[in-house]
Design a protein around this ligand. Structure first.
Ligand code: FES
Length: 169
């Protein structure tokens, strides 16, 4: 089965992960599954203009709200997609938060998280938890996106801006 960017199958993947919704209206899959929902351009929950002055490497005024930073545990990779504009994971490691493009660079399937790596269900490529060290047939790592944590404690991912794989917030 081929999953392609924007395809319905990603939604099915998330639904298959057996997930509920969180209070701010973002779907929540498990940390190994997916999360549908959110709207590109969402601001933090207070909606105050000064939320653009958040902490991180991205613009808090331009991105998708991925929910509370405190809800993303170390080792987690939480999937967020609107099945159109963005398909990404927000992750945390010992260095902090980071966001990864969930689209496999080989042919556009959505990668999934396993215990110690991401894997692509279409043709078997794998990536480490930082999206690096792709295995065949993928030959490029997963892009990292800029993100910030706004004054309300929400993670805002600027999926139009890529950053280095070592960037953390
Ligand atoms: Fe991911 Fe082919 S689309 S390995």
């Amino acid at each position: 089965m081929n999953e392609s960017r924007g395809g319905v199958s990603r939604r099915g993947f998330c639904a298959a992960a057996g997930v509920g919704l969180v209070s701010i209206g973002l779907g929540a899959c498990t940390e190994t599954g997916g999360q549908d929902g959110g709207t590109a351009g969402d601001l933090g929950s207070s909606g105050q203009p000064d939320l653009a002055q958040g902490q991180g490497n991205g613009n808090c005024a331009a991105g998708v709200n991925a929910g509370q930073a405190s809800a993303i545990a170390a080792g987690a990779a939480v999937h967020f997609t609107d099945n159109q504009s963005y398909d990404l994971f927000v992750c945390r490691d010992s260095g902090g938060l980071y966001a990864l493009n969930a689209i496999c660079p080989h042919a556009g399937c959505t990668v999934r998280k396993a215990t110690s790596q991401f894997f692509c269900p279409c043709h078997g490529a794998t990536f480490d938890l930082n999206g690096q060290h792709p295995t065949s047939p993928a030959f490029s790592p997963l892009d990292h996106y800029a993100l910030c944590v706004d004054a309300a404690g929400d993670v805002i991912v600027d999926f139009n801006t890529t950053v280095s794989a070592t960037t953390r917030s």
